[in-house]
Design a protein around this ligand. Structure first.
Ligand code: FCB
Length: 486
């Protein structure tokens, strides 16, 4: 064997930089409510985010997703941009209120052909451009009629979700690369029902735990429903896991605080999905809030479906300490602030102000967390291909007098995180792809349009798109299938 052949063929190292394995997927992501606009077109009915964004004081600047990036009408141009960047895959989400706009808690209602047609056109356009479509079924835009019947606190929402998933699989399943059942159920459950900074804006701790379970159930039921319709279509779920560390590893109270965050954010989703159980410590920590009687016999077996892939969304590390009775208690959530804690049953937590560089969200940067989480998933879900389904950063970008957007901080951020992915690969993690959040500046939930995550700048007055330097840089990474020297 020659020296060259002795090098692991799947992960070539070059003196001048890092090369990714053959077939590694370079992508970018968006979500329906954040980019589509066309909120009342072609039969779409309101989602909880339409209602929430119209509720005074909920979204910065009173912004709504009514128009957003007008992606609904401009998807052709946007796909052309993706092609120009060389993207191998586009992760978008399907808006449930377009697909079955008349859904009620007890019946899915008819399929809306005009709503399905939009995703048909989008998927075909992508395929024509050589870009693999990856569709998320639920990126937070629950039909309002379902929330009116209890939303994710009600088991029927999970049942309707599985029926809706079957509809999407039946219509698009032959052309999708992957279907992702849920995006970040942590946010849907705790920010939607406990801290209330996301739609539907409820602040009921017990409801948040019922939502956790019904989201897990929805994932399991939808996975089975998709497989029935489109057996060859890979099914995944996307979780925003925390790389959580105690502020003082020698202080047992801080260590316990980290355990609680790990339980509520990571294990309450990983354990049922991967192992068919709820973590005993989380059940104990939350016993005063609920007896978990919404978990019925047989549910955990339904949640525990084999996965074809696992998606990790990672932005920022988490450091936690036990609340000492003086500081700000447990309101940090990364998506706005609120007097109510998302940490149900564990509100005696405190998140120290990060020191050093933070993004425009106030989030600290440490790519090591992504490597650690990928390795954790690799160990906990052996044989399941991993994807980074979101990673990126907000910075206050402006179009410079020369017409460009010189977002060096974002390039530095993404570069560091891609290096972390490469290290995880070298350590053996089976990472198959990376989706940058986001293709476009867009509606950043409670922050409205005030935070820009895109590698493409959007002028919200004219809908003009401008490639930021990060987009040109990413195109170069894709073309070279790797990174230059450090
Ligand atoms: C994630 C969401 C995504 C976007 C990024 C910044 O939690 O999935 O829609 O808001 O954060």
């Amino acid at each position: 064997m020659t020296a060259v052949e002795a090098r692991p063929a799947s992960l070539p190292q070059q003196a001048d930089g890092l090369v990714f394995p053959p077939g590694f997927v370079w992508g970018a992501a968006t979500a329906a409510y954040q980019v589509e606009g066309a909120h009342d077109e072609d039969g779409r009915t309101p989602s909880i985010w339409d209602t929430f964004s119209r509720t005074p004081g909920k979204v910065a600047g009173g912004d709504t997703g009514d128009v957003a990036d007008d992606h609904y009408h401009r998807y052709r141009d946007d796909v052309a941009l993706m092609r120009r960047l060389g993207l191998a895959s586009y992760r978008f989400s399907v808006a449930w209120p377009r697909i079955t706009p008349q859904v009620t808690p007890d019946a899915l209602g008819p399929v809306n052909a005009a709503g399905v047609a939009f995703y048909d056109r989008l998927v075909d356009e992508l395929l024509e451009a050589g870009i693999a479509p990856a569709a998320t079924l639920y990126h937070w835009d629950l039909p309002q009629a379902l929330e009116d019947g209890g939303g994710w606190t009600d088991r029927r929402t999970a049942e309707r979700f599985a029926e809706y998933a079957a509809v999407v699989a039946r219509h698009l399943g032959d052309r999708l690369r992957t279907v992702i059942t849920l995006n970040e159920p942590w946010c849907s459950a705790y920010l939607g029902y406990a801290s209330g900074v996301h739609a539907p804006g409820r602040t009921e701790p017990a409801a948040a735990l019922a939502a956790v379970h019904h989201l897990n159930l929805a994932h399991g039921l939808a996975t089975a429903a998709v497989r029935e319709q489109a057996p060859a279509l890979p099914v995944a779920v996307t979780l925003n896991l925390a790389w959580v560390r105690p502020e003082d590893p020698a202080d047992p109270a801080d260590v316990d605080a980290a355990r609680r965050v790990d339980g509520l954010q990571n294990r309450v989703f990983l354990d049922p999905v991967l192992h068919g159980r709820y973590p005993a410590d989380v059940l104990a920590d939350t016993a005063a809030v609920t007896d978990w009687s919404f978990v019925r016999d047989g549910d955990l077996a339904l949640v525990h479906q084999p996965l074809d892939a696992l998606g990790l969304n990672y932005y920022s590390p988490t450091v936690v300490r036990a609340w000492d009775g003086t500081g700000v208690r447990a309101e940090a959530d990364g998506h706005g602030s609120s007097a109510s804690s998302p940490w149900v049953g564990s509100s005696d937590l405190e998140f120290p102000e990060p020191a050093g560089h933070v993004t425009d969200m106030g989030w600290p940067v440490d790519a090591e967390g992504m490597r650690r989480l990928l390795l954790r998933l690799h160990e906990e879900a052996p044989g399941v291909p991993l994807y980074v389904t979101e990673n990126g950063a907000a910075y206050p970008d402006v179009v410079a007098p020369d017409g460009g957007v010189h977002d060096t901080d974002r390039i530095r951020y993404v570069d560091a995180h891609l290096r972390a992915v490469h290290r995880a690969l070298a350590d053996g993690a089976d990472v198959r792809g990376y989706y940058l959040w986001s293709l476009l500046d867009n509606f950043e939930w409670g922050y409205g349009y005030s935070k820009r995550f895109g590698i493409v700048h959007v002028d919200y007055d004219t809908q003009e798109r401008t490639l930021k330097d990060s987009a040109l840089w990413y195109a170069d990474v894709i073309r070279r299938h790797g990174l230059g020297g450090a």
